[in-house]
Design a protein around this ligand. Sequence first.
Ligand code: UDP
Ligand code: MG
Length: 322
Amino acid sequence: MPSPARPVLSVVVPMFEEEDVLPLLVARLRPVLDGLGEAYEVVAVDDGSRDATPVLLASARRRWPQLRVLRLRANAGHQAAISAGLAAARGDWVVTLDADLQDPPEVVPQMLEAARAHDADVVYGVRTDRSADSAFKRHTARAFYAGMRAIGAKDAPDAAGDYRLMSRATVEAVNALPEEHRVLRLVVPALGFPSATVGYARAARAAGRSKYPLSRMVRLTVDSVTGFSLAPLRLATWFGLGGFVLAVGLLAYALVAKATGHTVAGWTSTVVIVAAFGALQLLSLGIMGEYVGRIYSTLQRRPSYYVAHDSLHETSAEHDPT
Ligand code: UDP
Ligand code: MG
């Protein structure tokens, strides 16, 4: 089996149904990596695509020996796909970037340079210009980072997505984390490795549609919050305390009203109290449910992705370099 020596750089690219951008990606990424003058591998993680992505990857691989294809059995999601790539990557350095060319590949050499110049283990690609993103995306992203910092993820750099360079030590530390739903952009800063940043202008998606509908953004936010903070649970406690104080006041009022014979039929207050406390109880239960669910899925230790195939382990007969 032709298993080349460990590369200096691994580039992990998660992709889900990216047939439209794949040719553009190969055309942009390859010259940059060939120009590095270092041994590299590209780990394309095919996140269970049902379009032509696997076919295009297979044909690109025949012309690009450094391209390695990791096929996941089913769609596992962006973060899990990156995790799969990180677990498979062999490089001393590992870059993760999106397939849609929103993270310009030309920044990779600058990231390596910055890591070596600053002796940093992590180099974040920080978006200095997001004008290519929709206003909705920009605002939700800003609220996300501000909110996450407010509830405890202090080291999350603003405007850093999943475009980053990590040292081998950092990647090993990420791989060793037991959580199933890890949000890498928050987990990596929390590891506390020395870091540097490189600014870049976030481009528009080169082709195809976003694979991040609103429901996935909500899921990512819930995973981020429950993965990083107990604040929502404490919020439920505070609601409970407030409700208790209010209840004591109402009790005193009711007793006084009873004693003085002013027991008027209080329909409005009854309905409001029942409705408000019912809602608060359901909210608190829901918040607890999110944490319990997280404990549950972590205890199950079921992998968040299944690798169906890794082209690295193909026999030479299968790998037909024609
Ligand atoms: N992606 C993935 N699995 C998914 C959804 C997305 O691997 O289930 C990949 C996608 O192909 C892209 C990256 O994750 O390379 C970011 O997704 P996208 O560009 O659609 O998100 P957006 O930039 O709109 O937030
Ligand atoms: Mg994108």
